[in-house]
Write a new protein. Structure first.
Lengths: 99, 520
């Protein structure tokens, strides 16, 4: 049984930085419970001897020479920013109030 | 609707390319015909989120001038194409179907888009999709659903419903797609068109808004197998900007499509996957699938059955791996560098975190929130091993099942989707029912192998298109085209025309013929 409580959903939403309305919390707790029940079968399929696969194809690390190459101009990079100032992204304050 | 518009928009991309090369018509004429048709029918279909008419005509004029001056041009030069809105297009809005990216104009082109432009193809506009490619019906688009041209009350599949509907409505001869769990193949199946998910890494992911990076793969959408091959050749190729981009040799898919069209599959072994059919599949879907398998036998192929027992756990593994990767990929939508920014109500001097949470509340739709939170859960400490870890092990088992199956057969086949197009709204409030649409397409993404959907007929019970899925080993995409073209040739010979030619007329066509719509 994979029931997930409203409080758990609220905590996960905080971790994911998504505000949810009380209605959304109620609806999502129910839906996530149904989905988790359906996907929980994966836990019974593979034994300990089965290695995990994170990627479909064999991966090798790819590097390139550490050289300057063409990139976006500062104006292009800032063109889609909600706010910009003096060639930089302008963001809301990043620190909590001092207690 | 003028006869000229109809004549040019009904042609395949291969026919348009030949006509352009022979000087029968110009790219401006072809592009104008498609823009006119979009203006006439897209109000009903809503395949497009943005139409780039002025730029398209400018590009068409330029390619006509280049041809007139004797420049050597790529095979598809001057042929129009619609681009899925998941792909960054310089100077043209790119939203990925999300309100959080509404109005975003990328300062660069995705590599796929760059390759399309280098081939001198004409980009008509951007096609509708489920938000961030999460969905199987295009109903999760923040900008309203796309409607299936076969029946405007039904879904066109998803996430690439816009691209598939543009093809089926004859508002583009070619389109691009991305397939993370079936988003190219399932829309192709329910609209009577052709869609291909290439081998993972065959097409660059640079400039595509990432959903699940280990599953995402871009590919061609078309009305015929040959057209898909021609576009596949343009899109695929190594890209230093994508570290997972394949290197080394890659098969000639256009030659395979031409060979397949001769209808000779002698010496080929085809396996039916036992787990991808039967219970849960609509009767008419099963019937058309069995007939398609019979056609393969008549073409000389040997048909066997294989069992892939782990496939029954594929859906569960996918809906843990995908949300996990998506929850990480979508963290970039933080309201700081691009896209929407919303300040929380009633909070003086909010922090960046509070602004991010308020923005994502407003900017993301219900399905995106659901999957991000599901992924956050699956990755959180205490649950990681049980959910994400187990899902990765299932992924290993699925790859082993495929490896064993391809020991016995050159290609595998199944129905593409378990049902035909369902009514809009039917599964919107039942996420699990929506997820089941991808049950047959998901295993290929988990294993990185290529897959195609090609039309297999119309289900007798509802008269709607069904699709045959063909799967091949990694880097053997040419086999999809060989088999797909043979099926297409056999079905076309039987009907006397392409399946899509049986789609009912749209309202604008009825009006042009002086007729009124009589309930559909």
């Amino acid at each position: 049984m994979s029931a997930i409580s409203r409080e758990e959903v609220s905590h996960l939403a905080m971790l994911a930085r998504i505000d949810l309305t009380p209605d959304e919390l109620d609806r999502m707790a129910g839906q996530l419970g149904v989905i988790l029940d359906a996907v929980a079968t994966v836990r019974e399929v593979a034994g300990d001897d089965v290695p995990a696969t994170s990627h479909p194809m064999p991966l090798t690390n790819v590097t390139r020479p550490d050289e300057v190459r063409p990139s976006l101009t500062p104006e292009q990079a800032l063109a889609g920013a909600p706010e910009a100032e003096q060639g930089r992204f302008r963001v809301p304050r990043i620190l909590e109030d001092e207690a | 609707m003028s006869p000229e518009t109809t004549a040019l928009t009904r042609r395949t991309a291969a026919e348009l390319a030949a006509g352009l090369a022979a000087g029968e018509f110009s790219s401006v004429e072809v592009t104008t015909a498609h823009l006119n048709r979009i203006a006439e029918v897209d109000g009903d279909v809503h395949a497009y989120l943005h139409v780039a008419g002025h730029q398209a005509l400018a590009d068409a004029r330029a390619v006509d001038a280049a041809r007139a001056s004797g420049e050597r041009l790529a095979p598809l030069a001057g042929v129009p194409i619609a681009v899925k809105d998941v792909m960054a297009t310089r100077g043209v809005p790119t939203t990925c179907g999300s309100a959080i990216l509404q109005g975003w104009v990328p300062p660069y082109d995705a590599t796929v888009v760059r390759r399309i432009k280098d081939a001198r193809m004409v980009v008509l506009g951007k096609t509708n999709m489920d938000e961030f490619a999460m969905g199987s019906s295009t109903e999760h688009s923040a900008f309203g659903p796309t409607r299936n041209p076969w029946d405007l009350t039904r879904i066109p599949g998803g996430s690439g419903g816009g691209s598939a509907a543009a093809l089926a409505a004859f508002t583009a001869p070619l389109a691009t797609g991305t397939d993370t769990g079936g988003s190219i193949r399932q829309p192709a199946a329910v609209t009577g068109t052709v869609g291909v998910k290439p081998t993972y890494g065959a097409v660059s992911r640079y400039g595509l808004v990432a959903l699940a990076s280990s599953l995402d793969q871009a590919g061609p959408c078309a009305r015929t197998v040959l057209d898909a091959a021609l576009l596949h050749e343009v899109m695929a190729g190594h890209d230093p900007m994508d570290s997972t981009s394949l290197t080394g040799s890659y098969p000639d898919v256009v030659a395979a499509a031409r060979r397949g069209a001769t209808g000779d599959l002698d010496g080929l072994t085809v396996a039916v996957v036992r787990e991808l059919g039967g219970e849960g599949y609509q009767a008419g879907v099963r019937q058309r699938f069995e007939e398609a398998v019979e056609l393969l036998t008549q073409a000389g192929a040997t048909v066997v059955e294989v069992s892939c027992p782990s496939f029954t756990a594929a859906l569960g593994a996918y809906y843990l791996i995908l949300p996990s990767e998506a929850s990480s990929n979508l963290a970039k939508f933080d309201a700081m560098r691009y896209g929407l920014r919303v300040y929380p109500r009633g909070v003086d001097d909010p922090t960046a975190e509070q602004v991010m949470a308020a923005t994502r509340e407003v900017g993301f739709g219900a399905e995106v929130k659901r999957r991000i939170i599901l992924g956050t859960y699956a990755l959180s400490s205490g649950y990681y091993d049980a959910y994400y870890g187990s899902a990765q092990k299932v992924r290993t088992l699925i790859q082993r099942d495929f490896a064993a199956a391809f020991e016995q057969a050159d290609v595998l086949v199944s129905p593409t989707a378990p049902t035909t197009a369902f009514p809009l709204g039917e599964k919107l409030e039942d996420p699990l029912a929506m997820y089941l649409n991808d049950v047959a397409t998901i295993p290929a993404n988990l294993a990185g192998i290529p897959g195609m959907s090609v039309p297999s007929g119309l289900a007798p019970e509802d008269g709607l298109p069904t699709g045959l899925q063909i799967l091949a080993p990694a880097r053997s995409d040419d086999r999809l085209y060989l088999v797909g073209a043979a099926v297409e040739a056999a079905l076309t010979a039987r009907r006397g025309h392409l399946l899509l030619d049986e789609a009912p007329p749209l309202r604008a066509e009825l009006a042009a013929a002086g007729l009124q719509e009589v309930g559909r």
